[in-house]
Design a protein around this ligand. Sequence first.
Ligand SMILES: Cc1cc2nc3c(=O)[nH]c(=O)nc-3n(C[C@H](O)[C@H](O)[C@H](O)COP(=O)(O)OP(=O)(O)OC[C@H]3O[C@@H](n4cnc5c(N)ncnc54)[C@H](O)[C@@H]3O)c2cc1C
Length: 350
Amino acid sequence: MHVVIAGAGPTGLTAAVELARLGARVTTLEKRSGPSYLSRAVGLQPRSLEILRPSGVADALLREAVGFSGITFHLRAEEVARLPLGFDAASRLWGLAQDRTEAHLETALTHYGEIVRYGVEFRGFSQDAKGVNVETGDGHLEADYLIGADGVHSAVRAAMGLEFRGRDLPGTWSIADVDAEGWPDPTRFQGFLLDQGDVLVVVPLEESRFRVISSREDALAALPVPMDIRRVRRRGNFTVSVRQVKRYQEGRVFLAGDAAHCHSPVGGRGMNLGIADAADLAQRIIDGSTDGYTETRHPEGARVLRLSERGRKMLNTTSATRRGLAIRAMKLGAAVPPVGRAMVRRLVSG
Ligand SMILES: Cc1cc2nc3c(=O)[nH]c(=O)nc-3n(C[C@H](O)[C@H](O)[C@H](O)COP(=O)(O)OP(=O)(O)OC[C@H]3O[C@@H](n4cnc5c(N)ncnc54)[C@H](O)[C@@H]3O)c2cc1C
């Protein structure tokens, strides 16, 4: 069996590793000329590690990842609540820059004898009952199946003629990766509620290296507490869309990951959702049960979009009532441990 995958982000690489592990031949096309050095997603959920355990990728990730010890919430500079993380399997959350996750997936792929074809773009496809003909920047490929894991601006989705329903959120978010010394509680995930309904988070990436993300245009300028920054490794801006396709499949062609759905980084779920789509699809292709793919993964995508939007609206709000409720919930979680543990489990694994 031969499967062509468009896109070597975490979704495409997971699909490639899982298909190769289960015995399929895969061709992974990536339009970039080489591996990515962008560290967008950080949070690795327990379910993703479970999925990546049989290929050995989970162990490799855990050797490098930071295990978050807790979450601290602040209102501007003032601490309002501390919740624990890692007290049971469903509450463990690890941090690792996305480029490192991708590097470990790619190493596993080469162990199965497959490589990523960098600099080769997906251009189009035609299909019939027997297979798919894939047009690339380098010629044509015959395949049994095609997976579009080519991200938010998916060319596979466009070639399928599917609408990416949803909306673009107003405003520009910002991100910065920094080296900093003396940051208090360097293994805790720190969330800050700012004025005018804005939010900011500081996420540990490795010892003395942190990610700062904010709904404001300049994350470092928006920091409400001092940070002794020694080096800014990268900074940039991004906009947020909340969208999902109605169907993930058209005959022998499938969508997975950001090509099928996207949402705000609140809750840190995008990459984890893509990894789960990819693993489900790989198993279905091997088992010959692809017809249930949309029925299984679309509701899960819709659920995560709802959850992420609920969290974003609760934190990223100009309503004093909503914000007051969010702060009361955080304080309640900190004061009543069973409530706090339930909140954390939902946040991490829900
Ligand atoms: C600032 C920020 C922070 C985030 N934090 C988190 C987090 O903490 N946790 C989390 O789970 N998620 C997070 N996310 C979301 C996460 O980064 C994405 O959900 C994830 O990258 C999606 O993976 P993907 O493989 O589906 O798509 P992508 O990572 O976008 O990969 C798609 C790949 O396809 C390639 N491609 C595109 N077109 C073609 C073509 N025509 N032919 C061949 N190749 C093509 C692209 O070059 C790219 O390499 C964050 C996102 C942002 C922006």
